[in-house]
Design a protein around this ligand. Structure first.
Ligand code: ZN
Length: 388
């Protein structure tokens, strides 16, 4: 999500009336930036006071603003006109909004006004959507119309190195199954059908268990890693190019030292050796500098947490293996018109191909594969010793 869009949503969640401009001619339509160049907003008095802003403001992307200055507000507002706020990465006004969210440590609670999905047997869909490798007995119990809570965390991601990357990252998990449901992030960008549970958006006393928070942050970290992939690749390419350049340079230098010997200028072999050694040391120092210069420092800061309640369908299975028993539920999401992925009990990743072992742990192929590989190598060692 773009900072401008994000700012509009934050204000919206805090009770402001926010409307995109440029739909009519008011915005001038001249800002060729994104689809939405600016927003017009009316802030409740309390919010305006909190932010130190006018009650009537315009939000623009910094490039779209007339001054073009990055990160700086547009000076004192003229009387009568609505104040324009440049919202971009690192801009003072965006920081203010983030500060507002942090100050409240708010969990914004929303509820979707969606019709209840019609109850039907989910078993055929489950067996079509998921693949289980299991000896466990799975008995389908029932389908129920039910509610599910989703936690959506917005993070600011900042990575600095030779270059800087800044963006907003989202993570979404189902609170009860703890499965990541990344596709929902997009659905939640359209808030028109969501209603705030508590007026003004703030809710004191919403408790999110530690384990749930950890799962959410783990998902946030994964999303950040995915987001940074191109950035990191670009840096690696540049680092490699610089390293090659250094290598060529110092190699040529060392060659020159050796060549002088051949051209008859008498030089003791000890001196040559000393010189090439010095060149080698210098080369290694330069490479270390390079490593330092291209090291990536990453900060991922949670700025807002939404909790959205949706009506869903829940199908449940009873799992049994010898004396072990467990209930396993599947959630059919009306916004995705599909079953949500299951969470791996080990790594938390969501998947559709799962292994259920004798202890009834549900695991993704990667985690299950890892364990069976470990077990195989252990048993392999055992086999060998029994042959002798
Ligand atoms: Zn896993």
């Amino acid at each position: 999500m773009e900072p401008l869009q994000f700012a509009a949503e934050v204000l919206d969640l805090h009770g402001a009336v926010v409307e995109p401009e440029g739909v009519d001619d008011r915005g001038g339509g001249g800002n060729g930036g994104g689809a939405l160049g600016s927003f017009h907003a009316l802030l409740p008095e309390r919010l305006a006071a909190q932010l130190g802003w006018e009650e009537e403001i315009r939000l623009t992307a910094p490039e779209a603003g007339s001054s073009g200055a990055r990160g700086i507000g547009h000076g004192a507002p003229e009387a009568g006109s609505s104040e324009a706020r440049g919202i971009g990465y690192g801009s003072a006004d965006l920081e203010k909004l983030l500060e507002l969210l942090r100050g409240e440590a708010s969990v914004v609670r929303l509820r979707a006004e969606l019709p209840w999905p019609r109850t039907r047997n989910l078993a055929p869909e489950v067996s079509g959507a998921f693949r289980f490798r299991t000896k466990v007995r799975m008995t389908y119990l029932e389908t129920r119309a039910s509610h599910a809570g989703y936690l959506i965390a917005y993070y600011t991601l900042r990575a600095t190195s030779e270059d800087t990357h800044e963006s907003l990252v989202t993570a979404v998990i189902n609170e009860s199954t703890l499965a990541p449901v990344a596709e929902l992030a997009q659905q939640f960008e359209d808030r028109s059908w969501l209603v705030a549970r508590a007026q003004g958006g703030t809710t004191a006393g919403v408790h999110v268990p530690k384990g749930t928070c950890a799962t959410l942050h783990r998902e946030g970290t994964r999303a950040a890693t995915r987001r940074l992939e191109p950035f990191v690749r670009r840096l690696e390419r540049r680092r490699r190019r610089d390293a090659e350049r250094l290598h060529r340079y110092y190699e040529a230098m060392a060659r020159e030292v050796c060549d002088r010997k051949g051209r008859g200028r008498a030089r003791a072999p000890a001196t040559i050796e000393e010189k090439t050694k010095a060149i080698g040391i210098e080369y290694e120092r330069k490479i270390r500098d390079l490593d330092h210069r291209y090291a990536v420092r990453i900060t991922l800061r949670p700025v807002v947490l939404l909790r959205v309640d949706l009506p869903v369908l829940r199908g449940s299975y009873h799992l049994q293996w010898r004396r072990a028993e467990r209930a396993l539920s599947f959630v059919w999401n009306p916004l995705l018109h599909a079953l949500e992925p299951m969470a791996c009990d080990d790594c938390g990743r969501g998947d559709r191909e799962m292994t259920i072992d004798e202890r009834l742990r549900v695991r993704c192929p990667a985690c299950a594969g890892e364990e069976s590989r470990r077990r195989r190598s252990a048993s392999g060692a055992h086999d060998q010793s029994s042959i002798r």
